[in-house]
Design a protein around this ligand. Sequence first.
Ligand SMILES: NC(=O)c1ccc[n+]([C@@H]2O[C@H](COP(=O)([O-])OP(=O)(O)OC[C@H]3O[C@@H](n4cnc5c(N)ncnc54)[C@H](O)[C@@H]3O)[C@@H](O)[C@H]2O)c1
Length: 249
Amino acid sequence: MGDFSGKTAFVTGCSSGIGRQSAHALARAGANVMITDINGPGLDETKKQLAQYGVGVESMVLDVADPKAVDAAIAATVKAFGGLQLAHNNAGIMGPVQEFLAYTPEVAKKLFDVNVFGVLYCMQAQLRHMLENGGGSIVNTASVSGVRAVPMIGVYTATKHAVIGLTKAAAVEYSARGVRINAVCPGFVKTNMTGGQFSEEVEQALGEQHPIGRFSQPEEIAEAVLWLLSDKASFSTGCTMFVDGGQTC
Ligand SMILES: NC(=O)c1ccc[n+]([C@@H]2O[C@H](COP(=O)([O-])OP(=O)(O)OC[C@H]3O[C@@H](n4cnc5c(N)ncnc54)[C@H](O)[C@@H]3O)[C@@H](O)[C@H]2O)c1
């Protein structure tokens, strides 16, 4: 996939799932990595796992919905490793599985705070640095729910549409200035987010919605993120890459 040696990556939502595997993929490819998450113990475990790669790894407990904390985390990344070229804005929550009318303002606001404003704050802090320091590459985790409505997760669906909007909006403004910005759109992935949410029967039915016949593993999403972040994707920007087992066919 290319050599990321000498580059620094910033990843959110690293305590588990896709973010943890994205941090593995980046560290395996030689990048120094700042791993962040709101969940400290999970982050510690990820940091332990990454020690095998011999790259620089720093961790920081971060709530992406707090813009000041996001700015501080980007500044800490630059201070620790001398720069920032790669970012994967991945932290997210699904919220309750419930019908549209059941969403309270509190639940809906929380979903937008984390999934939309969290991505916006991260992108703004990353772009401020990258535009002044030789460019970079950003990937946001959206979802197939960013282009189609999935029943019973209505507000989550709206937040992921917004993540694609933010990705495209920033791509048209900043690609010519050396920062590529893309979104990865997973189908259902076996992670904490989906684990225990559905009965075995429902999970099997959801798996069958994917022409490939199953949920994906987070490592399969991380591979796509790594490609989008790499120079191999030099002409890809503003793109929504589906890694969904054919779910959106
Ligand atoms: N699992 C799926 O089926 C699926 C499908 C499409 C998209 N996604 C997206 O992938 C991303 C990663 O999810 P995952 O499936 O790996 O689930 P996950 O629950 O394993 O990972 C999400 C991580 O985000 C962290 N997080 C939650 N709120 C945060 C906050 N305010 N600040 C910082 N970190 C916070 C959690 O602690 C967790 O470690 C999410 O954006 C999710 O919406 C997941």
